[in-house]
Design a protein around this ligand. Structure first.
Ligand code: FES
Length: 254
């Protein structure tokens, strides 16, 4: 993977502390797989030496742009949220192994389950499934009404449920409560979100085949520093940035 200079097309707030940035540049030519991420150089100052990993939310080959939806809650991501249209951003990527769209066939159904800032990479996945004639059902989980984003965009692609932990919007409870309540039928699930959500999902029906994307703290993003390791079921360790972030649900010791 390489570094690319990209240009900010837009950068706007879409929910509480949640921003959507669109960048244009030739890195888009290398982007094909949903679920991958990029590592952003925040600035040249010593304070921001480490790049910030952010998942890819949308890829637009015609416009040569890609979108990231990110939470601005640390110094680095707050700085990214201040970037203005026309400014240049140094981006490393695309990184990691994403979701395999071809694990399902035309006519089958994918259940996409996202929690919080794990929702964005599922949007490009939903778009690519639609292109392949695969039906998608989406469950988006948030803590509170003010955290909700992209409901309309997912709804354009398939049935979409929103759950909030405190019940201030949509279904009250967790994503697994929605699956049980509506007895949702699907062939395989594809998920990204906090550890507790992934664990609840994978243990709900262990017969079901699914894919999960882990949100580990990262540093280099290219497999060199081992800051992001997780344990696999067989006891070996795996670098989330390089071997993941997407794994089969049975691969990882959650
Ligand atoms: Fe360095 Fe994964 S972040 S090995």
């Amino acid at each position: 993977m390489d570094t690319y200079l990209t240009t900010v097309v837009s950068n706007e707030q879409i929910a509480d502390k949640i921003f959507r940035i669109e960048l244009q540049g030739d890195i888009v030519k290398e982007m094909n797989t949903p679920g991958q991420f990029v590592n952003i150089k925040v600035s040249n100052s010593y304070e921001f030496l480490l790049r910030r990993p952010i998942s890819i939310c949308e890829i637009n080959k015609e416009k040569n742009t890609f979108v990231m939806v990110y939470r601005a809650d640390g110094a680095g991501t707050k700085k990214i949220s201040q970037l203005k249209k026309g400014e240049e951003v140094d981006v490393l990527g695309p990184l990691g192994k994403g979701y395999d769209v071809y694990t399902l066939k035309e006519g089958q159904t994918a259940l996409l389950v996202g929690g919080g800032i794990g929702v964005p990479p599922l949007y490009e996945l939903a778009k690519q499934f639609k292109n392949e004639g695969i039906k998608t059902i989406h469950i988006l989980g948030f803590n509170n009404e003010k955290d909700v984003f992209y409901e309309d965009k997912f709804s354009e692609l398939g049935t979409t449920y929103v759950a909030t932990a405190d019940g201030t919007y949509g279904e009250k409870g967790f994503v697994t409560d929605v699956i049980k309540k509506y007895d949702i039928a699907y062939d395989k699930y594809f998920s990204c979100g906090p550890f507790a959500m992934l664990k609840a999902l994978t243990t709900m029906d262990e017969e079901k085949i699914g894919y999960i994307s882990l949100e580990e703290r990262m540093a280099c993003g290219v497999g060199a520093c081992y800051a992001c390791v997780c344990e696999k079921q067989d006891g070996s360790i795996s670098r989330v940035c390089y071997d993941g972030p997407v794994y089969e649900s049975t691969e990882i010791a959650l």
